[in-house]
Design a protein around this ligand. Structure first.
Ligand code: CP3
Length: 335
């Protein structure tokens, strides 16, 4: 935990460290300008110069304490042979999963395909003030599986039966994913990243009796790998509610990102030996200043005496006005 404190916690002042998930993205006019000229999202993520520029956009605009590399969790399935398309108002669509193709990919080919991301990290690290941290990320095996096997139907429901029917094959896929996620993390650290955030965005879709197998164990494997290499970790098992307690005791990451459904007072009381991050509902930023400040105050008061990184309970919503973010940052820094 001390590693992470040195990197992410602002010790000098009494103010809390602050950054936002999806800080580099569609809510920024300067991002939309680049995006409108780059219709292919995957290609944009593989353009080192532009991806570094996008990473630095929110730092320039808001002077946040951390940058998160502009990329996507679906770059890993892409590098493992699946076509990934981002369709407007529909989200990502992946080509049919082909286990033979997937099992054949070698480390060298994988790293080669994602090299522009590592180059973007290198460029960004050089341009970034030394006091600011650079966050890298991966999707968790479970969350990636949801996309790779199209496990979610149109209503957002997961086909859990399929997990039982294809149990053996799924185990093999998750093992292979774990291997490549660790490679991707190692490559990102070698390029200059300071921290890795592991997004398990669909953890909350798992029934309780599947949580250990599909969420806790795969996250722990990655965190254990990171510990061995002294890479600080932030886990985000979104939507698992009070199972955050079991998750923390089992996985033991350096930091836990809270989601907006989690009661902050409960979190402070129950989540020990871990730095806490985030929590505020991103929809708050669509409301009045008064409401925003009241919500922010709630989190700042609860976490006053513990290491806490100010962030949200999920990513910034595209409709968010940059002015609201500016005001929120000022409020947090002056609190
Ligand atoms: O946080 C950042 O600023 C860094 C960049 C980042 C992106 N995606 C860029 C992006 C990060 C950390 C992600 C993670 C990601 N991607 C997650 C985990 C976090 C979460 O939101 O739960 C997931 C599930 C994805 C998959 C994904 N990528 C989806 C579902 C979509 C489409 C809808 C959406 O939420 O935007 C994307 C596209 C995407 N990734 C965009 C950006 C800026 C929007 C691209 C565009 O249409 O312009």
């Amino acid at each position: 935990m001390s590693d992470l404190k040195n990197i992410l916690i602002n010790k000098k002042k009494n103010c809390k460290t602050i950054w936002f998930m999806r800080q580099a993205g569609r809510h920024l006019p300067e991002f939309r300008k680049i995006r409108s000229k780059n219709k292919n999202f995957i290609k944009l993520c593989l353009n080192s110069k532009l991806s570094s520029e996008i990473t630095l956009q929110p730092i320039k605009r808001y002077n946040l304490d951390s940058a998160i590399i502009f990329s996507d969790i679906l770059m890993v399935p892409f590098a493992l042979g699946q076509n990934v398309n981002f369709i407007k108002n529909k989200g990502p669509v992946l080509s049919k999963f082909d286990i033979k193709k997937f099992s054949k990919v070698k480390e060298k080919e994988f790293t080669q395909k994602l090299r522009p991301i590592y180059k973007a990290i290198k460029i960004t690290r050089k341009k970034l003030n030394k006091k600011k941290s650079l966050i890298s990320f991966v999707g968790s095996p479970w969350t990636l599986l949801v996309y790779m096997l199209s496990l979610k139907n149109k209503k957002g429901k997961i086909n859990i039966k399929l997990l039982n029917i294809k149990n053996n094959q799924i185990k093999k896929i998750m093992d292979n994913l774990n291997k490549f996620l660790c490679i991707h993390i190692k490559n990102q650290f070698n390029a200059g990243a300071d921290v890795v955030q592991i997004f398990d965005s669909w953890a909350g879709k798992l029934p309780n009796n599947k949580l250990k197998q599909f969420c806790f164990k795969p996250n722990k494997r990655i965190v254990d790998f990171c510990k061995k290499h002294k890479f600080p970790t932030i886990c985000f098992p979104k939507g698992i509610n009070k199972n955050y307690l079991n998750f923390n005791n089992y996985v033991k990451p350096n930091c836990l990102n809270l989601d907006y459904d989690l009661n902050p007072t409960w979190a402070k009381k129950n989540l020990k030996n871990v730095v806490l991050q985030g929590g505020m509902n991103p929809k708050t930023l669509l409301k009045s200043d008064k409401f925003i400040f009241r919500e922010a105050k709630k989190y700042l008061d609860v976490f006053e005496n513990v290491p806490y990184i100010f962030n949200l309970g999920h990513g910034v919503i595209p409709e968010t006005s940059p002015k609201k973010i500016e005001k929120l940052i000022k409020f947090v820094r002056n609190y």
